[in-house]
Design a protein around this ligand. Structure first.
Ligand code: CTP
Ligand code: MG
Length: 399
């Protein structure tokens, strides 16, 4: 069944090679990097990148294991995955992938499974360049070795100016029609799609690739990829493909007795007694801030909004939440959703719950916020209407 909405973008992951140079005892994409295959690591990056139809092209007979790998890392995108058998050359494998695209797809990325550690950011850069109007885009990195042209005997014929060179990587992105026409008119076999499209007369532009996108070709490449995966990830530079969604919890309590009117859950409540606190005493907003910061591993409200930050002294929820969202985004996280429960006798949330959810969600940049409220059967400080308590959980996902 074709999912709705049908993506306009597709990623063809070519994994049908035999891996002759690696000689890993199985087709290259099915060689283990750790407890998971090269293919599975490559697909992790694909599914962390912008939403797309994903066509995995594998050697005939490997469709089952490939589908298992894909479904286990697809998250909520399992309906976007298909697996097809490839051909004898990379180019024919790309053609097999193209034949499986849905009609609505107008932009195609072709990615080598052998580039198992490609970060999602590389996909994003390629997609962004296509969105700006390019027909063909490839990620590339500068060449670091000094390059020589040699003849058949190995003698140096000429030096090559390194500054004019770039090493091509994948995913390579194309308007679908451009790639299809180039394939249909190809009269030679090319080792990448950019060469094919350039041979058909199209301009190809580059965006920044990434050193960790290297292609696993030989045994030392495999060792390098394995070493990268087992190395401890420095906290300041977490590697995006290895990060998983994270949850956090936050609570806050404020007593009635503040000045002015009540501010709670980002709303002003005329006629209700105000809460006391350093800012407006909005326990709901403060619990959310703690939950989101905890999820992202960024400390807590005191770390970022302490009494040494006078600009937040009288601030309302919006300022706290917007700043929190920016902190989290700067650390490479997107807020998935937030759930917050208020324990209080008053105010009564039922009639303003939707409004509170809208305001809080908007302040967090659109992440869904669910607000629920309960009383405590007359028990405790909330039951005696001395104050309110709020409990929040938040999910953040790596970007
Ligand atoms: N590929 C493919 N179909 C082929 C050949 C290659 O889908 N007939 C894919 C590979 O699976 C790989 C990518 O194209 O992900 C880049 O190719 P390469 O690194 O050359 O892989 P292999 O062809 O498998 O390796 P070798 O050339 O050493 O046999
Ligand atoms: Mg090959």
């Amino acid at each position: 069944m074709i999912p709705s909405p049908v993506p306009r973008l597709a990623v063809i992951v070519v994994a049908a090679g035999s891996g002759t140079r690696l000689a890993g005892g199985a087709p290259k994409a099915f060689v283990g990097l750790d407890e998971h295959t090269i293919l599975r690591h490559a697909l992790r990056g694909v599914f962390a990148a912008p939403r797309a139809q994903v066509v995995v092209v594998v050697p005939a007979g490997f469709e089952g294991p490939a589908l298992t790998d894909a479904l286990e890392v697809a998250g909520d995108r399992t309906a976007l995955v298909s697996v097809v058998p490839g051909g004898a050359t990379r180019q024919s494998s790309v053609a097999a992938g193209l034949a499986a695209l849905w009609a609505d797809v107008d932009t195609v990325l072709v990615h080598d499974a052998a580039r198992a550690l490609t970060p999602p950011a590389v996909f994003e850069r390629v997609v962004a360049a296509l969105e700006r109007g390019a027909d063909a885009v490839i990620p590339a990195v500068p060449v670091v070795d000094t390059i020589k042209r040699v003849d058949a005997t190995g003698a140096i014929v000429a030096a090559v100016d390194r500054s004019e060179l770039a090493a091509a990587q994948t995913p390579q992105g194309f308007r679908r029609g451009v790639l299809e026409e180039a394939l249909a008119s190809a009269d030679a076999d090319h080792t990448d799609d950019a060469a094919l499209v350039a041979a058909a007369g199209h301009d190809v532009i580059t965006v920044d690739g990434d050193a960790v996108s290297f292609k696993i070709t030989t045994s030392p490449d495999l060792d390098r990829a394995r070493a990268l995966l087992s190395a401890p990830v420095p906290a300041a530079h977490p590697s995006p493909p290895q990060r998983t969604p994270r949850v956090g919890i936050g609570t806050d309590v404020h007593g009635f007795g503040g000045e002015g009117t009540l501010w709670l859950a980002g709303l002003e409540w005329p006629g209700e007694p105000a809460l006391s606190g350093h800012s407006d005493g909005d326990a709901v907003a403060h619990a959310i801030v703690d939950a989101v910061l905890a999820a992202a591993g960024l400390g807590d409200i005191g770390t970022h909004f302490g009494t040494d930050r006078p600009e937040f002294a009288g601030a309302h929820a919006e300022a706290f939440l917007a700043h929190t969202r920016n902190l989290v985004a700067a650390a490479g996280w997107r807020i998935g959703n937030v759930s917050v429960q208020v324990q209080a006798n008053r105010p009564r949330f039922a009639s303003r719950r939707d409004e509170a959810e809208r305001v809080l969600s908007a302040a967090l940049g659109g992440a869904p916020v669910s607000v629920s409220a309960t009383t405590t059967d007359g028990l405790g400080f909330t039951g005696r209407t001395e104050g309110v308590a709020a409990f929040a959980t938040a999910l953040v996902v790596p970007v």
